[in-house]
Ligand binder design. Structure first.
Ligand code: GLP
Length: 263
């Protein structure tokens, strides 16, 4: 696990986008795992900039989003599909048929979830998965107590998540109670994971996730088992890390002694 502490949230987005851009240059038909929430917005903004100003090509890219609220059609302004269209898909040259966002309106949820898992495998697996982390330590919508081996399925949201996400809706009552989400086990199969966190509100949960015990109570902590995770946080989200000095030291030593080696 490599932990990189950046000065600002904008720097977090720029670095994450640079890592993704490098992946696309290396493998133009990469499969990207995408997240929603406020955290990755800067990353998507930078990817859009790289596309429009520097010609970053998404024409062969395939994407799989982590999750979607149950019951919100793609056209709903608070659906994750709508979020992705607004922040990324409608600004880049990705073919619409290559985009996968769990369909939160599926009649047959179980069959849909099995299909989603199979589709990820059929496309060759996820090359890079972007993740944010919820205040309760969840990744995607894998709420505390989710099995660390879980797969794509229907999940009931916790009250904390409903409260946290109420800011995007007119009222708390409108926040769906259920979501379709990739499981922790699904996420752990991505070839590479970028965990992003911005702001002091995430400081405690980031510390628990990367320096605490591996536990289903903080599903992000399962990432400690993954062999290629890059954690990128701003200084506020990284402010409670016990090993912050070491993480800074590693970044400095790499810059100084391994200048050609990128994250
Ligand atoms: C939601 C999403 C998560 C996201 C989390 C944090 O619950 N399902 O994927 O990581 O929110 O959101 P934010 O980035 O807005 O803090």
């Amino acid at each position: 696990m490599e932990v990189i502490i950046q000065d600002s949230g904008d720097d977090v987005g720029r670095l994450a986008a640079r890592i993704i851009a490098r992946q696309l240059l290396k493998k133009p038909n990469s499969v990207l795992g995408l997240a929603t929430g406020s955290t990755p917005i800067g990353t998507y903004r930078e990817l859009v900039r790289l596309h429009s100003k520097e010609g970053l090509d998404f024409s062969q890219v395939t994407t799989f989003n982590l999750d979607e609220y149950l019951g919100l059609p793609p056209s709903h302004p608070q659906s994750y599909r709508h979020f992705m269209d607004e922040h990324l898909f409608s600004h880049i040259n990705i073919p619409k048929g290559n985009i996968h966002v769990p369909y939160g309106h599926a009649e047959a949820i179980e069959q849909f979830c099995a299909w989603y898992e199979a589709e990820i495998v059929r496309c060759g697996g996820i090359d890079i998965q972007i993740l944010g982390v919820g205040a309760d330590g969840h990744i995607a919508f894998n709420e505390p107590g989710s099995s660390l081996g879980s797969r794509t399925r229907l999940k009931t949201l916790t009250e904390q998540t409903i409260n946290d996400n109420a800011r995007f809706f007119d009222s708390k009552d409108q926040v769906p109670r259920f979501a379709v989400t990739m499981g922790v086990g699904t996420i752990l199969e991505a070839h590479r994971v970028l965990l992003l966190a911005i702001g002091g509100g995430k400081a405690e949960v980031v510390t628990k996730a990367i320096e605490g015990p591996i536990t289903a109570s903080v599903t992000a902590s399962a990432l400690q088992l993954h062999r290629d995770v890059v954690v990128i946080v701003d200084s506020e989200a990284g402010s409670k890390l016990a090993r912050a000095d070491y993480y800074h030291w590693v970044s400095e030593q790499k810059k100084r002694h391994l200048p050609g080696v990128e994250v």
